[in-house]
Design a protein around this ligand. Structure first.
Ligand SMILES: Cc1cc2nc3c(=O)[nH]c(=O)nc-3n(C[C@H](O)[C@H](O)[C@H](O)COP(=O)(O)O)c2cc1C
Length: 190
């Protein structure tokens, strides 16, 4: 698939079939992630692949509770506050949308550019998933909890690791609608 087509066609996917993702495909996604540009070629990333649905259910509940208790003011007082509160308070809402797999990209240790490095790896992973006919979505709702000692324990992550990009992947139930983009704000200098 042409790169422009992948960039234009990728959409955050929130409805999945329960068809599993084959292990070789997960390896392909991780290989693409690892080709991302990264500061000083430190390659700080690690990949935790979670397919255990009971564990994802448990993580979802704990992440929702954590997010509700620690909601940043910009969310708690913003225009979508009510929407977030009702979503997070809904016991039927699973923040991973019952996707068959979540790939968590974490850095091995804190560092000045780990967020950028892991986010670029995540974008490679998501674009490659799309090129293979798969859907994906970054689940920021779970980041806060995963960065707590309890969150790391839940996934048996070493204490020094910094979870950055929790990406769900699966077969889309249907093609998600495109989310419009604003007109870019561009300043030309020279
Ligand atoms: C850092 C980050 C966190 C996100 N967290 C969530 C999330 O917790 N739940 C969710 O459904 N979508 C989440 N998204 C997906 C965004 O809502 C989505 O990318 C945005 O609405 C644009 O839509 P598109 O990806 O289809 O272009 C997140 C995206 C990013 C980059």
């Amino acid at each position: 698939m042409d790169i422009a087509e992948a960039i234009a066609g990728r959409r955050s996917t929130r409805e999945y079939t329960n068809q599993p993702i084959d292990e070789p495909i997960i390896h392909r996604l991780i290989e693409a992630a690892m080709l991302a540009p990264n500061a000083v070629n430190e390659q700080p990333w690690t990949f935790t692949v979670i397919r255990d649905q009971a564990l994802l259910d448990r993580l979802s509940g704990e992440a929702k509770a954590y997010m509700t208790a620690t909601m940043p003011p910009s969310m708690a007082n913003g225009p979508r506050a009510e929407h977030f509160r009702s979503m997070l308070g809904d016991p039927a809402f699973q923040i991973f949308y019952h996707a068959p797999v979540m790939v968590l990209i974490s850095a091995r240790a804190p560092g000045p550019w780990i967020i950028e490095d892991c986010a670029l790896a995540a974008e490679n992973l998501m674009l490659t998933a799309y090129s293979l006919g798969l859907g994906s979505c970054w689940i920021g709702f779970t980041q806060g909890f995963l960065n707590t000692p309890a969150g790391k324990r839940a996934l048996d992550l070493p204490n020094s690791w910094v979870p950055v990009a929790p990406i769900i992947v699966g077969h889309p139930r249907m093609a998600p609608a495109a989310v419009p983009r604003n007109t870019p704000e561009i300043r030309w200098i020279g």
